[in-house]
Design a protein around this ligand. Structure first.
Ligand SMILES: NC(=O)C1=CN([C@@H]2O[C@H](COP(=O)(O)OP(=O)(O)OC[C@H]3O[C@@H](n4cnc5c(N)ncnc54)[C@H](OP(=O)(O)O)[C@@H]3O)[C@@H](O)[C@H]2O)C=CC1
Ligand SMILES: O=C(O)[C@@H]1CCC=N1
Length: 267
C-alpha cells in the first residue's frame, strides 16, 4: 500500500505529522525519516508512525513525499531520494527559499513538485500556507497539496514569484507577533504587574484582538480607531510607537526576511 513520506521531523515536520493525524490520517499511512535514533523512538511512541533512518527507504513506494528539512540540507537530500522515488510521486517542499526549479533539477525528469510556505499556528490547526505548483504538477497534484495543508489550517495558491514575500509575511509572521507579546508582557511587569497577571492580560488581548480582526472583517485601522479615545491613553501610547518608526521597522525587517528567503534558495 502506498504511503506519504515525511522527510525531516523537526519543528515543522512534527507540526504537520501531528496535524495530519488530528485530521484523521492513519499512522500507517505516514512514514517518517529522521537521522537521530532517539527522535525516531520519540515520534514512534508519541504518534504510532513508523520512522526510518534513511530518507531513501522512506520514499520507497510513497505516492507523496513531504520535504521538511532545512533549506541548507536539500542539496544533499535530493540525490539520496531521487533513485528510489516512485514514478509520478508528488514531492511537496515546505523549505523556505528553495524553488520548484531547483527541486525539479535534482529529481527525475517530470517529477511533479509543489512548493509550500506553512507556519507554526498549524500546531493548533490554524496555520496559513501559500502553495505554488512547479511545471510538472497537475491540477490533481496541486489539489493534493492544498488538501494536505488544509488539514492544518488555511491554504491559498499563489504564483511562485510571491513565495519569498509570503515567507516574510506569514512564514516568519508568528515570530514577530510573539516578539510583540514578549515586549508587552515585559512592559506590564515594568509598570508593576505580577508577571503571571501581565502574561494573561497580554495573551488574551492578542487572542481576542485576532478573533475580532478576523470575525468582524473590519480594517485594522478602523479597529484601532475604535480603541483610541480623543486625548486618551491609547493615543498617548501610539504617539511613541509612531515617533520610533515602528511601521518602518516592520517594513525593513520584512524586506530582510524576503531577501534572506531568496538567498536561501540561491537566487
Ligand atoms: N519552523 C517554522 O516556523 C517554519 C519552517 N519552515 C521550513 O521548514 C523546514 C524545516 O524547518 P524546522 O522544522 O523549523 O527545522 P528543524 O531543524 O526543526 O527540522 C529539520 C529536521 O530535518 C532533519 N533533517 C535534515 N536533513 C535530513 C535528512 N537528510 N534526512 C532526514 N532528516 C533530515 C533535521 O535533523 P537534524 O536535527 O539531525 O539536523 C531536523 O530534524 C525548513 O526548510 C524551514 O524553512 C517553513 C515555514 C515555517
Ligand atoms: O526562519 C526561517 O527561516 C523559517 C522560514 C519561515 C519561518 N521559519
Amino acid at each position: 500500500m502506498s504511503h506519504t513520506a515525511l522527510i525531516g521531523t523537526g519543528v515543522m515536520g512534527e507540526t504537520l505529522l501531528a496535524g495530519l493525524l488530528r485530521a484523521g490520517w492513519t499512522p500507517s499511512s505516514i512514514v517518517g525519516a529522521d537521522r537521530r535514533e532517539s527522535r525516531r523512538h520519540e515520534l514512534e511512541g508519541r504518534y504510532g508512525v513508523r520512522c526510518v533512518e534513511s530518507p531513501a527507504d522512506a520514499v520507497d513506494g510513497a505516492d507523496t513525499v513531504l520535504l521538511v528539512v532545512k533549506p541548507q540540507d536539500v542539496a544533499d537530500l535530493l540525490p539520496a531520494i531521487a533513485p528510489r522515488l516512485s514514478d509520478r510521486a508528488l514531492v511537496v517542499s515546505l523549505c523556505a527559499g528553495v524553488t520548484t526549479g531547483q527541486l525539479e533539477g535534482g529529481l527525475p525528469e517530470g517529477t511533479p513538485v509543489v512548493r509550500v510556505m506553512p507556519n507554526t499556528p498549524a500546531q493548533v490547526s490554524e496555520g496559513m500556507a501559500a502553495i505554488s505548483p512547479g511545471v510538472h504538477a497537475s491540477e490533481v497534484d496541486l489539489e493534493k497539496a492544498v488538501h494536505i495543508m488544509e488539514a492544518v489550517g488555511q491554504a491559498v495558491v499563489v504564483p511562485e514569484k510571491y513565495q519569498d514575500a509570503v515567507t516574510a509575511v506569514s512564514g516568519s509572521g508568528p515570530a514577530y507577533l510573539f516578539f510583540v507579546v514578549e515586549a508587552m508582557i515585559d512592559a506590564g511587569v515594568m509598570l508593576g504587574l505580577p508577571r503571571d497577571v501581565s502574561t494573561i492580560l497580554v495573551n488574551q488581548t492578542m487572542y481576542g484582538s485576532a478573533k475580532l480582526l478576523v470575525e468582524s472583517d473590519k480594517h485594522p485601522n478602523l479597529l484601532r480607531e475604535m480603541v483610541t479615545s480623543p486625548a486618551g491613553t491609547t493615543a498617548a501610547a501610539l504617539r511613541h510607537l509612531e515617533e520610533r518608526s515602528v511601521k518602518a521597522a516592520f517594513m525593513a525587517a520584512m524586506e530582510a526576511a524576503r531577501d534572506r528567503s531568496a538567498q536561501l534558495g540561491g537566487s
